[in-house]
Design a protein around this ligand. Structure first.
Ligand code: PAP
Length: 337
């Protein structure tokens, strides 16, 4: 399917629709020796290496190195950035639906989000580079929608400092994030306990951690360059999704017209991308993704409840997490809304 154009606006193509499987895989790189010399986290069952101050799955490090070396943005690119379990799936769906709405009205039965998991619409760059299939990005028509769990500090300069692409970042209360991460990890690795997830978040050695550095990196740039980085929180999105989708559309240069507003287009996008709607679609009930670890599609949709941590964390754990984050945010001016 080619990038269609309606009313002068190009719309994104779902990544899976652009990937016909014929693009060759990049041969293994010379990075193996460099990876072996990086500090290994002995406490983690996930084999994490510390690369440029960030804990990355060992199998993903060569991909991150390749991404730093070879990825460059194109005008119109949009990168969704998040720490895992902070609202990535939801935001992928919302960005895709908002950007694609002229070609695919949200109520259309043929909408790609009705047949594809949001992760197949907006690709995770980190994993794509990890499996050496990044050449598919050249085939993806503009505007390309992409995602990363990496902090700004390790992204290629064309994303972190360039003006060709916009970045949308989402973060979430750390207590709900820990609980969500544990539930998710548990589907692929039932041997990972809540206590382990909690401890690695607290000491900063979880995947993509430390979390506070991740958040502050994007938050600072969003303050300095609000037209380039939009900073959202899961809690604000839950509270008023319609308002946030309006902001998102404005930021992406595709504000809703009066006619669209009157027709209820914003609410229709919110409904299309709602947890209740997405989790009940066949496309999201079956299948899985991942190469090194397989994650069932349905594991991306759980409860979506703000404050669900009370059902899993002790008060002591909650206080400990809050205190650590508060300490690390001290002096930055950042507080979670
Ligand atoms: P990822 O980083 O691995 O892609 P991510 O989507 O960020 O995961 O996190 C999943 C969380 O978002 C789950 O939260 P919970 O465990 O607290 O329930 C999931 O339920 C929630 N989520 C997924 N899709 C939606 C949606 N459409 N609306 C609201 N929340 C959602």
């Amino acid at each position: 399917m080619a990038g269609s154009e309606t009313a002068g606006l190009q719309v994104p193509v779902a990544f899976k629709d652009a990937d016909d499987g014929t693009i060759p895989v990049r041969p293994p790189t010379e990075y193996a020796a460099a990876v072996a010399s990086l500090p290994l986290n002995p406490a983690s069952k996930l084999k994490l290496r510390c690369y440029q101050g960030v804990w990355v799955l060992e199998d993903w490090v060569p991909g991150i190195m390749a991404m730093q070396r070879s990825f460059s943005t194109r005008p119109g690119d949009v990168v969704l950035a998040s720490f895992p379990k902070c609202g990535t799936t939801w935001l992928k769906a919302l960005i895709f639906a908002t950007m694609a709405r002229t070609a695919y009205p949200p109520t259309s039965p043929a909408h790609p989000l009705r047949r594809l998991n949001p992760h197949d619409c907006v690709i995770l760059l980190d994993r794509l580079f990890a499996i050496g299939r990044e050449a598919v990005l050249d085939k993806l028509p503009s505007p390309r929608l992409m995602c990363t769990h990496m902090p700004l500090s390790v992204l290629p300069a064309s994303i972190s400092r360039g003006s060709d692409c916009k970045i949308v970042y989402i973060c979430r209360d750390q207590k709900d994030m820990v609980v969500s991460m544990w539930h998710f990890a548990n589907r692929a690795r039932p041997d990972i306990s809540l206590q382990e997830v909690f401890e690695t978040v607290c000491d900063g050695t979880c995947f993509a951690g430390p979390v506070w550095d991740h958040i502050l990196g994007y938050w600072r740039v969003s303050n300095a360059e609000p037209n380039r980085v939009l900073f959202l929180t899961y809690e604000q999105m839950r509270q008023d999704p319609v308002d946030k989708v309006r902001k998102l559309a404005q930021f992406l240069g595709r504000p809703f017209s009066d006619t669209e507003e009157e027709a209820g287009a914003v609410a229709e996008i919110v409904e299309l991308c709602s947890l209740e709607h997405l989790k009940n679609l066949e496309a999201n009930k079956k299948g899985s993704q991942g190469v090194f670890l397989k994650f069932p599609y349905d594991s991306y949709f759980r409860k979506g409840v703000v404050g669900d941590w009370v059902n899993h964390l002790t008060l002591e754990m909650a206080k400990c997490l809050d205190a650590i984050f508060e300490e690390n945010f001290k002096g930055s001016g950042f507080t979670l809304p």
